[in-house]
Design a binder for this molecule. Structure first.
Ligand SMILES: Cc1cc2nc3c(=O)[nH]c(=O)nc-3n(C[C@H](O)[C@H](O)[C@H](O)COP(=O)(O)O)c2cc1C
Ligand code: SF4
Length: 436
């Protein structure tokens, strides 16, 4: 338990971003082993590993890979990487792409072999210029050395990889909107299963597509190199979370940054790794990116990092964007700022999210300006209920959960603000944040 550097072991070594350096540190052993196996055996290793998607939802990776038809009847099978990383507080994929680009390329090539994929796309947030450069160089090197392109390492596998820069929209991280954007359409979500086929059946250009997060693909080389069963020994103390997870720690801590921990580590241990609290005692934590519910210090003390275990204290692992907040943080202002982000990012396609996020923002804004009205807490709760589970895609839920969570855990802060026209935690920085 505790810190366990697997993906990040060589992250700070600049040579790891070159093919020679990567090979010297054991790179491409996973792909070599995978290519020597029948496709189904690769998927069996991923199944045995217990790997779950690191993009937020924690969906078992092997089920996706196994969902692709075993015979290639379509013109292409696509391997798509979600490198949009828009969730506030999350910055792990950026570091992986900048410092360990070959891990991602190798992982996607392994997925290509397992699912008959012939073409890969990395859909990367356009602002990630350094990450895009590192990937561009790594892709070129991999082509030149026969690790991408035709007949990879003489195995008969053909796999091409393209880099696509997005324009920076949170909604384009939602997988169906990402596919629309990649195909040149507006970045809006599409109907999903059970009302439409799964991406593994009809994804990009209606052809079979596997879509995973950067960190998910980066786990595959280790799983194939050391075996699925070995990987599953990591995190074995938890109910159903295996391996390591990178947490991007920010907020009031002394050493913010990315920390790779083994599942089963406690949230307190993660806080210690991050140098402990800065500027005051721990008040609250948003453990998995801005969309997951906030928890108080008491729940933090009990929290074990695992998909099910985090649920037991009222929150989620999410994308691993972990924000620790000290006692001088005004929760009302923090949530207002979060709501502002979601209202801006709502794509406008469905009514509950388009109207609800703006309305929620209006109410929160009048509260932080000191003009809250009696009954505003109930209004906010009602809006959350009308958005959550009733929106066309997950952005609606992501907008409602932080507000609903804060109202549940810190109701007195909202009531105080409304009754007194000012925050319970009135700091100078907090006053600057409030809109005029
Ligand atoms: C609004 C919204 C934004 C999302 N943004 C991202 C993102 O930036 N990166 C990501 O990997 N997944 C994101 N997701 C989750 C993806 O839709 C999808 O579940 C994920 O890419 C699947 O990969 P995984 O199984 O490896 O986690 C987002 C989901 C929603 C609803
Ligand atoms: S929930 Fe609706 S409005 Fe919000 S981003 Fe998704 S489709 Fe667009």
């Amino acid at each position: 338990m505790g810190e366990h550097k697997l993906l990040l072991e060589h992250a700070h070594d600049p040579s790891y971003g070159t093919l020679d350096g990567y090979l010297a540190k054991g790179g491409y052993q996973g792909l070599k082993r995978a290519l020597a196996m029948p496709r189904q055996e690769v998927i069996d290793h991923v199944k045995a590993s217990g790997l779950r998607g690191r993009g937020g939802a924690g969906f078992p990776t092997w089920i996706k890979w196994n969902g692709i038809e075993k015979e290639k009847k379509a013109a292409h099978h696509f391997i798509l990487c979600n490198a949009d990383e828009g969730e506030p507080g999350t910055f792990k994929d950026k570091q992986l792409m900048e410092e360990t680009p070959f891990l991602l390329i190798e992982g996607m090539t392994i997925a290509g072999h397992a699912t008959l994929g012939d073409t890969g796309y990395i859909y990367i947030r356009g602002e990630f210029v350094d990450a895009a450069r590192a990937l561009r160089n790594a892709i070129d090197e991999a082509y030149a050395a026969g690790y991408l392109g035709k007949n990879i390492l003489g195995s008969g596998l053909d796999f091409d990889l393209h880099l696509h820069l997005g324009a920076g929209s949170y909604e384009c991280g939602e997988e169906s909107a990402l596919m629309s954007s990649l195909m040149g359409e507006r970045g809006m979500p599409r109907l999903k299963f059970p009302h439409a086929p799964l991406p593994t059946v009809a994804g990009l250009w209606d052809l079979p597509t596997v879509i995973n997060n950067v960190e998910t693909y980066c786990c595959a080389p280790f799983i194939l190199d050391r075996g699925g069963e070995w990987y599953a020994t990591l995190g074995a103390s938890t109910k159903n979370s295996r391996g390591t997870k990178i947490f991007s720690v920010s907020g009031h801590v002394n050493k913010p940054g990315n920390y790779e921990i083994e599942f089963g580590t406690t949230l307190n241990e993660l806080l210690e790794m991050s140098g402990g609290m800065k500027g005051g005692k721990l008040k609250a934590c948003v453990p998995g990116g801005s969309s997951v519910p906030i928890i108080d210090a008491d729940a933090c003390g009990k929290a074990i990092i695992g998909y099910e275990e985090m649920g037991e204290v009222g929150s989620m692992v999410g994308s691993g964007g972990c924000m620790f907040l000290n006692e001088h943080t005004c929760i009302v202002k923090f949530i207002w700022r979060t709501a502002l982000f979601y209202a801006n990012e709502s794509c406008g396609k469905c009514t509950p999210c388009r109207e609800g996020t703006k309305w929620m923002l209006q109410v929160l804004e009048r509260i932080v300006q000191g003009h809250g009205q009696p009954g505003d807490v109930q209004v906010l709760k009602d809006i959350c209920e009308q958005i959550d589970g009733r929106s066309f895609c997950g952005l609606g839920d992501a907008a409602a959960w932080p507000v609903a969570g804060a109202l549940k855990v810190f109701p007195e802060e909202f009531e105080y603000y409304i009754a007194n026209g000012r925050s319970m935690v009135d700091t100078e920085l907090g006053r600057e944040m409030v809109p005029a």
